[in-house]
Design a protein around this ligand. Structure first.
Ligand code: GAR
Length: 200
């Protein structure tokens, strides 16, 4: 068992309901870890507000602040290293993590995706677009996937999945809400299992 609590960085872009689900799982001692950094490509979003309210350091970082992707990746790595981050958790982060960061944190970046990968993943497949595609394809079930992040969009090793039904009258928004509710238990459960492997 490791002596120090695993230090998590949460990356997010919007509402942050998965961030909150993880935060509460930590409070309830389901997870033996602490969230020490919230990094977002948006300065103002509910996820960043939640972090500030709870005394978690926030960093607003976007490609637009830098001349090159290399500089952006270097700045991201500096933030992560300064806080001695062990694991990066992508909880509704709508940007691609730079390859340099993925390489530096091999098998230590976890993402949640709102569909049953390997279906409905890849570039452009995020948020509501995923649920629209699932409905267009006439699927009878969808769900969420927690997976490791590698250099390819949504292609890393799958850690855990959970299914939900697709119902005849679903709109993308209705399906999104059903999947999101499932994410809120799936993500802490998958993290718990992943951390147990890391900490043993
Ligand atoms: C969640 O459904 C998450 O799976 C999805 O965005 C939503 C964020 O909600 N992520 C992606 O589409 C990433 N490709 P939240 O901000 O309330 O956690």
């Amino acid at each position: 068992m490791s002596i120090h609590k695993t230090r998590l960085a949460i990356f997010c872009s919007g509402t942050g309901s998965n961030f909150q689900a993880i935060f509460h799982a930590l409070k309830n001692k389901q997870l033996n870890a602490e969230i020490v950094l919230c990094l977002s490509n948006r300065a103002q979003c509910l996820a960043m507000d939640f972090a500030r309210l709870n005394g978690i350091e926030t960093v607003h970082l976007t490609e637009k602040q830098f001349d090159s992707l290399d500089d952006f990746a270097a700045a991201m790595l500096e933030c992560i290293r300064k806080q001695s981050i062990d694991i990066i958790v992508l909880a509704g982060y709508m940007r691609k993590v730079p390859d340099d960061v993925v390489a530096a944190f091999k098998d230590r970046i976890i993402n949640i995706h709102p569909a049953l990968l390997p279906k409905f993943g890849g570039e452009g497949m995020y948020g509501i677009h995923v649920h629209s595609a699932v409905l267009r394809a006439g699927e009878t079930e969808s769900g969420a996937t927690v997976h490791l992040v590698n250099e390819e969009y949504d292609k890393g090793k799958i850690l855990m999945q959970r299914k939900v039904a697709v119902l005849p009258d679903d709109t993308p928004e209705i399906l999104a809400a059903r999947v999101l509710e499932c994410e809120h238990t799936l993500f802490p459960d998958a993290l718990e299992k992943f951390l147990a492997g890391h900490q043993s």
